[in-house]
Design a protein around this ligand. Structure first.
Ligand SMILES: NC(=O)c1ccc[n+]([C@@H]2O[C@H](COP(=O)([O-])OP(=O)(O)OC[C@H]3O[C@@H](n4cnc5c(N)ncnc54)[C@H](O)[C@@H]3O)[C@@H](O)[C@H]2O)c1
Length: 383
């Protein structure tokens, strides 16, 4: 395809969190500082064409917020449409494996929200379906695509922090509201997948393939109150294959101290400098060449793009950014990340954390990689 190819059509399955992608792609960026009067959309390479949810209330809400698209309660009807090039999946974690396989076998490329899958069986299932169909996948790791994390990455790639010696990431969020909204979160997933997919993906991004994991976990009082099946508090130490150290924290039963820490943070300690990226504030802090701290705050400039001007609202910008990144890669044959193999490696990291916290043992990630059957050639394709 050529640079002037028309944008690819995106059909979204699961219209609670998935509604955000439809609205993000379908509505102009609200005017903020420096953009007054301009009408611009977030993605030149992807356009919303369809939405699917079996809950009629979710369908109606999405149709209200992103009108003029095709809406259905039947996933097969979405998969049958020729204008859907990419299926974007936002169903509950334990359903991702089935929904990805059905999309691949219908000849669709896939964006799957985090976590990609939450079981070894589903990891094997989607790897087999990808090999047999040749279809491509992007994991919707939204944090990577949020402004401060993009800038932190660009600076890292320029060499500003030198060699990363320790990456320190967390995602902490009080979750009683989520159990009320989505009861499956208490019974059919594990916070190592549901929540820690954010910080563990960030460690995989900066530490490279992980060698060993040592984790501990417990259930908070709030988790016990909601009969949460898994731990909802984990602390994790990892060692990358190249020796880089990583540390991750996930706490989902906390009493928040709103101004103390951001929900998601990534601190890089490098040989040449340090940097910190934050969500949901939109700050990126780093050391300049003279050692002074530089604080970049994009909240006012970018609040329309990322939050539709609802300060600290939904993920309109991040989701649109990754859809655009993936569609551009499909149109122009450029790389995309995190793709299927990197996503499966991060699945193995999450599963290693779960097993380490369960047994108290240090777990080698390659032992899980061996269970799902990723080949060395497939792993070598990840930068
Ligand atoms: N930052 C992020 O990227 C982010 C944030 C929140 C949630 N998530 C992920 O998004 C996914 C969905 O989370 P949520 O909070 O929207 O959950 P939810 O329970 O609120 O919504 C899931 C929706 O999927 C629909 N659904 C389920 N099976 C279906 C089927 N077979 N056909 C049609 N519709 C179906 C349900 O009706 C429901 O509306 C989860 O995997 C979650 O981990 C990602």
């Amino acid at each position: 395809m050529t640079p002037s190819s028309p944008p690819l059509g995106v059909g979204v399955l699961g219209l609670h969190e998935g509604r955000t992608l439809l609205v993000g792609l379908n509505t102009p960026i609200p005017a903020t500082v420096g953009t007054a009067g301009e009408t611009a959309y977030r993605s030149p390479h992807a356009r919303a064409v369809a939405g699917c949810d079996m809950n009629p209330d979710k369908l109606a809400a999405a149709e209200h917020d992103a009108p003029g698209l095709y809406y259905t309660a039947d996933y097969d009807a979405l998969l049958a449409r020729s204008d859907v090039d990419i299926v974007a999946i936002y169903t509950p974690d334990p359903m991702h494996g089935e929904h990805i396989e059905r999309a691949f076998r219908a000849g669709k490329h896939v964006i799957c929200t985090k976590p990609l899958v939450n079981s070894v069986d589903d990891a094997k299932r989607i790897l087999t379906a990808a090999r047999e169909t040749g279809m491509k996948l992007l994991v919707g790791q939204s944090t990577r695509f949020f402004e401060p994390f993009r800038r932190q990455r660009a600076a890292f790639e320029r060499g500003d922090v030198g060699t990363v010696e320790l990456a320190d990431a967390h995602y902490n969020h009080r979750m009683d509201w989520y159990y009320d909204k989505s009861p499956w979160a208490a019974t059919d997933s594990d916070w190592v997948y549901l929540g820690m997919s954010h910080p563990l993906d960030l460690l995989r991004w900066y530490c490279g393939p992980i060698d060993t994991v040592h984790a501990v976990g417990t259930r908070s009082a709030l988790g016990r109150k909601y009969n949460v099946a898994s731990n909802d508090l984990y602390t994790v130490n990892v060692v990358g294959k190249d020796g880089t150290l990583g540390r991750a924290l996930g706490h989902y039963g906390l009493h928040e101290l709103p101004s103390a820490r951001n929900a998601i943070e990534l601190m890089l300690y490098g040989s040449e400098g340090s940097s910190l990226a934050q969500y949901h504030d939109m700050r990126y802090l780093h050391t300049g060449p003279d050692g002074a701290e530089i604080k970049e705050d994009y909240l006012y400039e970018k609040r329309g793009y990322y939050f539709n001007n609802e300060v600290h609202g939904m993920h309109y910008g991040e989701f649109s950014n990754y859809a655009d990144h993936f569609a551009a890669a499909l149109l122009h044959g450029t790389p995309h990340a995190p793709g299927l193999v990197e996503g499966l490696e991060t699945f193995c990291l999450m599963e290693a954390v779960r097993r380490s916290a369960e047994t108290g043992a240090v777990v080698r990630v390659d032992d899980i990689v061996g269970l799902i059957g990723l080949t060395e050639a497939e792993r070598a394709s990840v930068a």
